[in-house]
Design a protein around this ligand. Structure first.
Ligand code: MOS
Length: 733
């Protein structure tokens, strides 16, 4: 199916199942422990041994020697593979930066340097500790982003976007601010660590039962890393315990399990210990963001500059904090620039809403500061600078209802009753504050395929290598197919995550829901054509599919009667045409937050949150709500607690577990409300829906930060806003 023009009225405009609050299909399995995660795939391969990884204890340099003698002699040990046993394996893809294994060169702390395979986990772990490694560490490697920023900030860079004469417009602006914001590195902190069961067969085929967001990328990456034929690789990942970008790409668990299995001649399972997840995989880079805004006397933005600096390993791409500033607000002149500080911290890579999540932490605090400078209501300031066109590209948004997010949110939140003088409202021991922020995140779509199999009993099995990373893919794909075929949702079985299935979009960049449901729809359209043919029609136009029947004129045929001799299989994929690129397809939100800040201790408590989202048709209010609630919780973490602490002498992430890397829990946010405008965006895809998974995080931290300022009168420009950053400036008590 080619999606080459905006969707017209179609079956999804009179939905019976799509748009309903259907509960998560995998919910009962996950909450009762019956969903088998990668490390629990005990039944897929017999004789599984256990692998344990060893990571480098230096961040940069070379390994001179590895003594494995004691480890090899330890109880239960069956194989050891060290990085000195082979040349550096190829970097798995263009999206990877660091090597995953092989060779004597160390690029970052806890880069994998050995795997020990033993009969039990305890044996493997104990033996790993017996390996002696001699290093030659490079002196003078750079690990401190703020220090690097100080050195490079005055060096001119070519702007990414330069529209009009920013400097002159800024200098002549009636009002202006020039501020610098800092975000610290973050980790995805997904519940399920990376884990893989690997098994080779006698013909050199490898199967990897793993936890991954992008099955086809994983399959290709394994083939590239092992320099083998891609058709000899199978990847299976039906349940994923969270990813947030940390599982977009294969990591060393896949490579170590496969190497260990080969060396031991038996299947091997390996899960990353949590500290290894933090330092071995990827993180969201910290950023330093200089933002300048100039307005005219009425508050129209005449000049906007956003310069972002982030860290990366040499050759990587860091965290681009500036994207939203190119498109979100009407700005007469723009200056957008990024700087990359090459450092030897672990690999910086995508984490939920990469770019915008960090960039809006800067921009939306700057918008708040600018509104205050103007003496304007921050909601009003954003409304004044709303736009239907991206100032950077000149392209129109396909559908944009940001103003409605702001006005309906303000109404619902009771914004008019907010505290207007920072640091002035007190209830008992608590200073009360209110904050608002806007959110923007593109909503891309990408080719996605599926296969549908109409069974003799009238049921349908859907197969696609799409993943469900906690997002609801199983559920919304079932809804889409049930809707398209006019069936009960109970009669649709969805199978995901196996590379033996048609290639899908996978889960990433909040493109998964839009793309994979459209792919399932494409397959259903092919099936409808085939059903039509079986009942004597050239095509499915004019036929109706409802209540498990197909109706042609006066003749109604149960789907059960269509394939009595065996299943009918139809497969297709959706391809999104270039017309989509003529528009800006994006999602929007407004977030409103009330906080209490303890007047004596500076402790911040979120009291209530409201998010109003504009993301096209909401396919399932339950799963979409979960996505946005989860994103908002993550945003509170970004604002108040989440911070990878960097040992800037050694290049180690110190707080490498969930006791010390602090994420919010349910009790931290007593009241949380989400409203979906439930708009329609026919340019986005055949279902007229857009992504919500990343939107839910965008802007949230800025709203929290602005509320903290409003409560205290203290403007903390370095996230996370911990109480030490507030204490000195709190009002006298
Ligand atoms: Mo997302 S950071 O593309 O999983």
């Amino acid at each position: 199916m080619d999606f080459n023009t905006a969707a017209e009225t179609n079956i999804f405009d009179r939905p019976k199942i799509l748009g309903k609050a259907v509960p998560r299909r995998d919910g009962p399995l996950k909450t009762t422990g019956r969903a088998p995660y990668a490390y629990e795939r005990h039944d897929v391969a017999e004789g599984q041994l256990v692998g344990y990884p060893l990571g480098s204890a230096i961040a940069k340099g070379r390994i001179l020697s590895m003594d494995t003698e004691a480890a090899r002699a330890a109880p239960g040990v069956r194989a050891i593979v060290t990085t000195l046993d082979m040349e550096a394996m190829p970097v798995p893809s263009e999206m990877h930066t660091a090597h995953l294994f092989g060779g004597d060169k160390v690029e970052h702390y806890h880069q994998a340097i050995a795997v020990v395979v033993a009969e039990t986990f305890e044996q493997a772990r104990a033996a790993t500790a017996l390996i002696k490694v001699e290093y030659d560490a490079d002196e003078g490697a750079e690990f401190d982003l703020l220090a690097a920023y100080e050195k490079m900030k005055d060096t001119p860079v070519d702007p990414e976007v330069s529209k009009g004469d920013f400097e002159t417009a800024f200098a002549n602006a009636a009002h202006r601010i020039d501020r610098t914001y800092v975000t610290t590195p973050q980790n995805h902190a997904q519940m399920e660590p990376q884990a893989t069961v690997a098994a080779w067969d006698e013909n050199g085929n490898v199967t990897l039962w793993t936890s991954n967001q992008m099955i086809q990328w994983a399959k290709k990456a394994v083939a590239k890393t092992f320099e083998m034929d891609v058709e000899k690789v199978r990847v299976d990942s039906p349940y994923v315990g969270g990813g947030f970008g940390n599982k977009l790409f294969i990591r060393s668990d896949v490579v170590l399990a496969a190497l260990g299995a080969k060396a031991a001649g038996q299947p091997v399972k390996l899960a990353m210990p949590r500290p290894f997840v933090m330092n071995n995989t990827t993180h969201r880079a910290g950023t330093v963001q200089r933002i300048r805004i100039g307005t005219d006397a009425q508050g129209k933005i005449v000049a906007l500059a956003h310069e972002g600096t982030s860290n990366t390993l040499p050759g990587g791409s860091g965290e681009d904090a500036t994207n939203q500033s190119q498109h979100f607000y009407a700005a007469d002149t723009l200056l957008i620039a990024t700087r990359l500080a090459e450092m030897h911290l672990p690999e910086a890579n995508a984490m939920r809403a990469p770019g915008e999540a960090s960039g809006l932490m800067g921009l939306e605090m700057a918008m708040d500061e600018m509104a205050e400078e103007l003496g304007m209501d921050p909601v009003q300031f954003r409304l004044v600078n709303d736009t239907d066109t991206s100032p950077a590209t000149g392209k129109k948004f396909s559908d944009r209802n940001f103003a409605r997010c702001l006005t309906e949110g303000a109404e619902r939140f009771g914004w008019e009753n907010r505290n207007t003088t920072p640091g002035s409202r007190r209830e008992g021991d608590w200073l009360i504050g209110h904050g608002v922020a806007g959110a923007f995140r593109p909503s891309p779509a990408t080719t996605s395929g599926a296969r549908v199999r109409l069974q003799a009993d009238g049921r349908i099995i859907v197969e696609t290598d799409m993943t469900d990373i906690g997002t609801g893919s199983y559920t919304i794909i079932a809804q889409t197919v049930a809707e398209a075929m006019g069936m009960d949702i109970e009669d649709v079985e969805v199978r995901l995550g196996d590379s033996a299935f048609p290639v899908s979009s996978g889960s990433g960049g909040q493109f998964g829901a839009v793309s994979s449901t459209a792919g399932a729809y494409a397959a259903c359209t092919a099936l409808r054509r085939e059903v039509a043919r079986r009942i004597g029609h050239n095509d499915a136009d004019g036929l109706s599919f409802a209540r498990g029947n197909v109706t042609a004129g006066a003749k109604e045929t149960p789907l059960v009667d269509i394939a009595p001799e065996g299943e009918i299989v139809a497969e297709d994929k959706v391809k999104f045409g270039s017309f989509r690129k003529d528009r800006m397809v994006a999602t929007f939100a407004a977030h409103f937050v009330e906080v209490g800040v303890n007047a004596w201790t500076g402790e911040v408590r979120v009291r209530r949150m409201l998010g109003v989202c504009d993301a096209g048709r909401i396919m399932n209010p339950t799963t979409a709500l979960s996505q946005v609630i989860g994103g908002m919780v993550m945003g509170v973490g970004a604002a108040l607690s989440e911070e990878i602490a960097v040992d800037t002498a050694k290049g180690v992430f110190i707080n490498h577990d969930l006791a010390n890397y602090e994420v919010p829990v349910h009790a931290d946010i007593p009241e949380q409300e989400v409203v979906f405008l439930d708009t329609l965006d026919p340019v986005s895809g055949p279902l007229k829906s857009k992504g919500v998974g990343e939107l839910g995080l965008c802007g949230v931290a800025g709203a929290v930060a602005n509320a903290v300022y409003n409560a205290t009168g203290v403007r903390a420009r370095e996230y996370p806003i911990t109480l030490d950053k507030l204490l000195d400036g709190l009002p006298e008590v």
